[in-house]
Design a protein around this ligand. Sequence first.
Ligand SMILES: Cc1cc2nc3c(=O)[nH]c(=O)nc-3n(C[C@H](O)[C@H](O)[C@H](O)COP(=O)(O)OP(=O)(O)OC[C@H]3O[C@@H](n4cnc5c(N)ncnc54)[C@H](O)[C@@H]3O)c2cc1C
Length: 420
Amino acid sequence: MDNPVTQSILVVGGGMAGMSAAIEAAEAGYDVYLVEKNPYLGGRVAQLHKYFPKLCPPYCGLEINFRRMRQNQKVRFFTMAEVESISGQAGDFTVSVRLNPRYVNEKCTCCGKCAEACSMEMDNPFNFGLDKIKAAYLPHDMALPMRYVLDPALVKSGEAQKVNEACPYEAIELDMQPKTMELKVGAIVWASGWDPYDAAKLDTYGFGQYPNLITNVMMERLAAWNGPTQGKIVRPSDGQAPQTIGFVQCAGSRDENHLPFCSGICCLASLKQVTYIREQHPEAKVYIFFIDIRATDRLEDFYAKVKEDPNIVFFKGKVAKITEDPATKNLILRVENTATEKLEEISVDLAVLATGMQPTTSKSPLPLKAAYDDYGFIAQNSGLPGVFGAGCARTPVNVSEAVQDGTAAALKAIQFIGRR
Ligand SMILES: Cc1cc2nc3c(=O)[nH]c(=O)nc-3n(C[C@H](O)[C@H](O)[C@H](O)COP(=O)(O)OP(=O)(O)OC[C@H]3O[C@@H](n4cnc5c(N)ncnc54)[C@H](O)[C@@H]3O)c2cc1C
């Protein structure tokens, strides 16, 4: 071996695809660095209430991965970390990683005294702004690492000292600074995942103006036991149980003005969310407004099962406009029924926009000149020898596909190093 240092692998993104790549490569004997920009690992999956098709809680699968990672000395992970630059050449990259300050060190026991002492609040990013959290916070109940974070605004405020003094374990370090570290790696797996498409861009729907118009990712948080309502699916405007709910499929997807592609998961996600509603509101009437339902291979069985529910109306038509009845805060969905060719206006208590998955790389590209497809996903051949896209950074995938894709990327990285 010419240079043993470059036998290591860098994985960017600690979601299902990135964690799978990191664990598989480490279990095959390679040293892996996993770099995650959030203060916790797990990616978007940590924000889901249940997984289709089995309807099991995602924490279960995450916990298995966390355990595999904790048990393997070969994976080192860094949260609140981002790649600043990559130099060198294929097989011998030098990567500069910025570590942002958490202002809380490893002595933190999660006692929560800092949050008790803190009065500053902010929108809770984990719950998509559906509630507020203290500016000294634990990102979520199963976070890895299980450690509080201080928001930079709190650290700069006059309240910082009070919060610091409330910590009985000397775990707060208000003078923590950003750091840069340099890594030498032979191959890179880029698994930076997806962002929900910005529903505010759908100007005929009025997202952001009407409290009872939410997105599918918000519905995941509303239904979750550790969400803003402790799992109660209620209307944000008045906390009442909704009796009619409308799912607006392809909200921005398959639309050349927004996301021209199909994410392949939004139909399944809405069908899954109908089961959340059914558990809590057995009499509620649900409309699914769709162009066509995309549930392929075995997921078709899940669709067929949900379809047996007589209280779901599958309405073939694309919602053109959404307005609000100011008196009731109900939403009025204007949609052409393609079966009758009639324009209808349907009022619902709560509406869910099934927005698609936008690759993070379309807003934050790699710090090297990589190849992307027409939609901003990393191309199958990234154009950069030794750099491999995985998971939703490469193409829209569900969780089991993200795991397979991460594993495949680990193998490509290993082969690449092995060939040198
Ligand atoms: C409403 C909804 C419901 C869904 N429900 C299901 C379901 O029930 N079953 C199912 O199989 N799939 C479901 N999915 C799909 C599932 O969320 C994805 O398959 C999964 O998140 C893909 O994992 P990933 O690792 O590719 O991406 P992500 O989960 O997005 O993880 C990427 C990680 O990379 C990090 N990152 C981003 N940029 C950087 C950077 N520059 N540097 C470092 N780190 C970075 C992110 O913080 C994140 O932690 C659902 C999707 C939606 C929209």
